[in-house]
Design a protein around this ligand. Sequence first.
Ligand code: SAM
Length: 450
Amino acid sequence: MNYQAGEIITVTAGDVAHGGWCVARPDDGPVVFVRHALPGETVLARVTEVTSRLARAEAVEILAPSPDRVRPPCPHAGPGACGGCDWQHATLPAQRSLKAAVIRQQLRRLAGLDREVTVEALPGDEDEEPGAGLGWRTRVQFAVRPDGAAGLRAHRSHEVVDIGECLIAHPAITELGLTARRWPATASVEALVSAGSGERAVIITGRPASTEGIKADSVLRRARAANHRLTPVRGRGYLSQQAAGRDWRVSAGAFWQVHPGAADALTRAVMTALEPRPQDVALDLYCGAGLFAGALAPAVGPAGMVVGVEADAAAVRDARHNLRPWPWARVHRGDVAAVLRRDGQPGAEGREAGGAGGAGGGALPAARLVVADPPRSGLAREVIDYLGAAEGSAADGSAARFAYVSCDPATLARDIGLLAARGWVLADLRAFDAFPMTHHVECVATLVTR
Ligand SMILES: C[S@@+](CC[C@H](N)C(=O)[O-])C[C@H]1O[C@@H](n2cnc3c(N)ncnc32)[C@H](O)[C@@H]1O
């Protein structure tokens, strides 16, 4: 039987699928990816999309609810409404179990590995804490409708939902009152806050007549053309963030983890994964403002070396600023793939470190320790090749170690599979619920050479 968009069907949701869906397999129709359902629930679902292979639908009435179901805290989290959250209708422990199931499933399918996965709550989101899972998002981009109202997009849609207040947004963002204003001649307005320092910035894409009355420390304009360049309207254009026991300068347009507890938790996990020692040589690929490089630098000491690689010009400036206390830490500006392809001798820094960069490191030194935190698309092929050329162990016999920080379990699993075929072993996998209420999750995989 073929479904039609808009049709109401009765389905029983099966396993969770990557992206915030449950999969239903009706006897008489195609596989259906259902939103707003939980595994095991029988629901009435409205079909939203039909392709030649599958249908998508959203649960509009729950006929047999799961024990994990709760009333969503936000009135805009539901069928046909805001697309920002995926799992508001599940308890927080159930959300973490769903994410763990997705990671496990992706590892099995794409890397051929079967292992238990636990998703850890970040500070502030333990189940019994008041407001757990809410108020964590320190960066929110509001889309603006033609009538100037700012809101969030509906799921898989350009429609802008007038949400008023976003419950997962940090209170200091809500306090800016951006959704209460009209934004003529504006495509989007983005707010960010440093949970540590309380500093706030607002980035406006477009040309509103006035930016008066915006209570942020910095206001910037993002050009629609010219590479989305940011121009400060007022303020210094960066925030002071706190993590790993120190301050970090992070430009408004540069990457920083959005959950207030994430940068700390991921840095600790990376340090545990890499076990850095004095004299080690370490790479921080896709280094952003230098968070992991800045934690590794004091650990490897002046006899060691840390090299970050980052494409975004503002992030490179931040990273160079943030790494100033350790002259043995530096940053290459450029595309990671291009930097790794660049002509040069292996160990161009003149080191015989062995380990992961033992061959073909291009402009980068041979490094025993590598951390990579790529965007959703995962590791560039050149990173896989670079790690694949690992010599197994450094001169003293200690194994090369790779910490893979990932925000996408599918590309993480794909890359772990590719690395496993090149002699790397998955030694540990931690996962953090850095995005409660959504389907997103942050992982830190530890891989070592055999
Ligand atoms: C997920 S962030 C990680 C940043 C940093 N590790 C942190 O935790 O703050 C990924 C970073 O990779 C950068 N990036 C994306 N694609 C890149 C590429 N092809 N080459 C170099 N850097 C890239 C982005 O600008 C961003 O700063």
